[in-house]
Every structure is written in structure tokens, then in C-alpha cells.
Design a protein around this ligand. Structure first.
Ligand SMILES: Cc1ncc(COP(=O)(O)O)c(C=O)c1O
Length: 397
């Protein structure tokens, strides 16, 4: 007897058509495929520190595993970690934060997902930076709301024009996303800009999602959070975490700080989705807070130095120009003088020069004319990349 199998068409939910992606992971897999064919690639596409997680954090995780921290924990996070985070955010942002205003999640990303699912409805508008972290627009659309981009321009060193943003606010604006230091531009919002944003919002019931995942990687001056502006605490969700600060991208741990009633709703989403964040990872995160902070300072200094050297090198290459970023570990180079579109240029650099970078358009339409290079790679590899790009530019431009 033969058994016949029927080929069924995959019929996805309509919402899947609205979901975007993060191109860095796609470029990484293309680059890996080229490497498998024997090509040499310098990886400047992915946004993660090339440093190891500090030793004390790794030791704390191993101890936790041996000590039996291998079970479910509360959905909002271990009470001792929520308390430590509340203490840290209170100290660094200068406002009183309580543990019940903290939700621990697997990475910073879920806070974007959960905040959007909890707050925005169809017809609501969300203002977000463009170029910006692509997950913002993806999640805005996925949640059924309307994305309203605020362009970030090089002539303002990629800080948003707050007056322009004010013109985008309507009666439907539900949420405004801020990100400083910024991915992909390395731009930073000055305290005056952030206070201006708060003044523009005034007493309207508009929430702010303040993505501060790079706050410990600001090169000059102290980072300033809109959470610190009087009157804004109940309308602010701070996204922060351990991925970038402590080189813990693969551990998957981050957190959101928000009013307790919203934290309870975000916790309900977490219960439905991830149950809890890994318990031993949370014990390790506690150690990250309480341990020696000098690895963070070392990383920041190193990223600043590499960014400077990479910018100087790029500025000597035909068709490229760039300003020194103010934080994070990205260099966002203007390539309009090459005469090539960003995507075509990024593809050519990957395939012909062996340098993986991201097209500025991976961060939104206002990223056209730019390429993002991650300097989370050794100085030797960055120098090699500069040599390859220079040789390619001399031959092709
Ligand atoms: C601006 C921004 N926010 C959030 C995240 C997410 O961080 P995590 O890896 O902790 O989810 C990233 C990661 O690249 C980022 O660049």
C-alpha cells in the first residue's frame, strides 16, 4: 500500500507580513556563507562587544548552576535582582525607582516587543528615530499601529530636531521612542534636547520608550535620561540591560523600568511568552552590578579609541566621510560621494572587498547614503578593513 502525502500551502497570519527584521543577522549569515567558500571576511556588521563577559559574572553563573538556580523564577524577575536594578537606576537617573517598577526580561529587545503590545492599538501613532534600530519600526507595524519617523540628520550630529518632532505629534500619538547613544549613528541626545522633548510633550498622555542600552558607552559627559525630568517618570519606560554594558549579548538578559501598573501588564505578557528569564543568568547579572566596574570603562575607552582611528582612516578613503560618534560602537559613514546606493555599496564591499558592513537603509529610509560599521572588532582587523575598502575604492570609484 502506498501512502500519499499532500503538500499543503503554508498560510500565515496576515500580521506576519507586517513584521520586519534586523538585517545584521542576514548579512552575518551571508558573510559566513562566503567564508565557507574560502573567502576572507572582516566582520563589521554585527553589533556586539568583542570582549569577554567579565570573569566574576561567569563565575557567578557557574556557581548559580551548581547551586541549583536551574528552576523557574517569578515572571518579573528575581526580587533581589529587581531590587538591585531599582537601586542602580535610582542612582544613575536621580529618581526614586521601586523594585515593582522593574521587569527583567531575556534581553533589551523584549521590552520593545512588550511595551508595544501593551500600549499601542491600531490607529495609534508611534514616533521613532530613522535611521534607527530596525526592531522599532518592525514592532510598531506588527502591533498594528502607524510608524511616524523622525529623521536624524548628519548636520545635527544625528540628534533629533525636537521642533520637527513637535510637528509630528497628533491627537493619535501614543508613544515616542528615544535612543541615546544611538544605533546606528552613535549620536547622543543632549540634556537640553531631552528636556525640550519633555516640554513639547507637556501634560499630554504620551508615553516615551527611552532605549538606554548604550548609556554606559557614552564617550563624553554623563548620559541624561528623560526619566529624570520632573513629571516624566509615570510616562517613561526605560529600556536597559546587560548585553552591551557587560558584553553579555548571548546571555539574554535586560530589563524595563516603568510605572508599577504597566510593569504588572508587561509581566503578564512575559508570563505568556517566556515565563521568566533564566534564573542562573539573573544571579550572574547581580554579580555584574556588584562587581568591579572597570571592564566597562575599559571597553568604553577602547571603543572610543577604535572609533576615532577608524573614522580617521575612512576620511582618507575616496568617496567616504564621517564624523566621530559620541557613543556606542558604531561608525555611520556618509558614502554619497561614491555615487553608489548604500545597499549596492554594502553588497560590493562584502563580495568584492571582503568587508561586512550594513547599508544605512537597514535602519530605515533616512539611512540612504550611509553605511554602518561596527568597531567591535580588533584594531588589527579594523586596519585590515580600511586597507581593503581603500583598495576597492581606488579600483572602482
Ligand atoms: C538600540 C538597541 N536597543 C536594543 C537592543 C537589544 O539589545 P539586546 O541584545 O539586549 O536584546 C539593541 C541591540 O543591538 C540595540 O542596538
Amino acid at each position: 500500500m502506498t501512502t500519499e502525502t499532500v503538500a499543503h500551502e503554508l498560510i500565515l497570519a496576515r500580521r506576519m507580513a507586517r513584521l520586519g527584521t534586523e538585517t545584521a543577522f542576514e548579512v552575518l549569515s551571508r558573510a559566513k556563507a562566503l567564508e565557507r567558500q574560502g573567502k576572507s571576511i572582516v566582520h563589521l556588521e554585527i553589533g556586539e562587544p568583542d570582549f569577554d563577559t567579565p570573569k566574576n559574572v561567569v563565575e557567578a553563573a557557574v556557581d548559580a548552576l551548581r547551586g541549583g538556580w536551574t528552576h523557574y523564577g517569578p515572571s518579573a524577575g528575581l526580587p533581589e535582582l529587581r531590587e538591585a536594578i531599582a537601586g542602580y537606576v535610582s542612582r544613575t537617573r536621580g529618581v526614586a525607582v521601586r523594585p515593582e517598577e522593574v521587569v527583567v526580561v531575556p534581553g533589551g529587545k523584549p521590552i520593545i516587543f512588550y511595551a508595544m503590545l501593551a500600549l499601542v492599538d491600531e490607529g495609534d501613532e508611534v514616533i521613532y528615530p530613522n535611521p534607527g534600530f530596525p526592531i522599532y519600526e518592525s514592532m510598531i507595524r506588527f502591533a498594528g499601529s502607524t510608524p511616524v519617523p523622525i529623521p536624524l540628520r548628519e548636520e545635527r550630529e544625528f540628534a533629533m530636531d525636537v521642533d520637527e518632532m513637535a510637528g509630528l505629534i497628533t491627537a493619535s500619538t501614543k508613544l515616542i521612542i528615544l535612543n541615546s547613544p544611538q544605533n546606528p549613528t552613535g549620536g547622543v541626545l543632549a540634556r537640553t534636547d531631552i528636556e525640550h522633548v519633555a516640554a513639547v510633550i507637556g501634560d499630554r498622555n504620551i508615553m516615551v520608550l527611552s532605549d538606554e542600552i548604550y548609556s554606559r558607552l557614552q564617550f563624553e559627559g554623563e548620559p541624561f535620561s528623560i526619566l529624570s525630568v520632573p513629571g516624566m517618570q509615570e510616562r517613561t519606560i526605560v529600556l536597559d540591560g546587560f548585553s552591551k554594558t557587560y558584553a553579555m549579548t548571548g546571555w539574554r538578559i535586560g530589563y524595563g523600568v516603568m510605572r508599577a501598573d504597566l510593569a504588572a501588564q508587561v509581566t503578564r505578557l512575559a508570563t505568556n511568552c517566556n515565563s521568566c528569564t533564566a534564573s542562573f543568568t539573573q544571579r550572574a547579572a547581580l554579580a555584574a552590578f556588584s562587581g568591579d566596574q572597570s571592564p566597562v570603562d575599559t571597553m568604553r575607552a577602547e571603543f572610543e579609541q577604535r572609533s576615532r582611528a577608524f573614522c580617521e582612516g575612512l576620511n582618507r578613503i575616496k568617496g567616504f566621510s564621517v564624523h566621530m560618534p559620541k557613543g556606542a560602537f558604531y561608525v555611520f559613514a556618509n558614502v554619497t560621494r561614491t555615487g553608489w546606493t548604500s545597499k549596492k555599496l554594502a553588497d560590493a564591499l562584502l563580495e568584492e572587498a571582503g568587508v561586512a558592513a550594513l547599508s544605512g537603509t537597514a535602519f530605515g529610509s533616512y539611512g540612504e547614503g550611509y553605511l554602518r560599521f561596527s568597531v567591535a572588532n580588533s584594531m588589527a582587523n579594523l586596519t585590515e578593513a580600511l586597507g581593503r575598502i581603500d583598495a576597492w575604492a581606488e579600483a572602482n570609484l
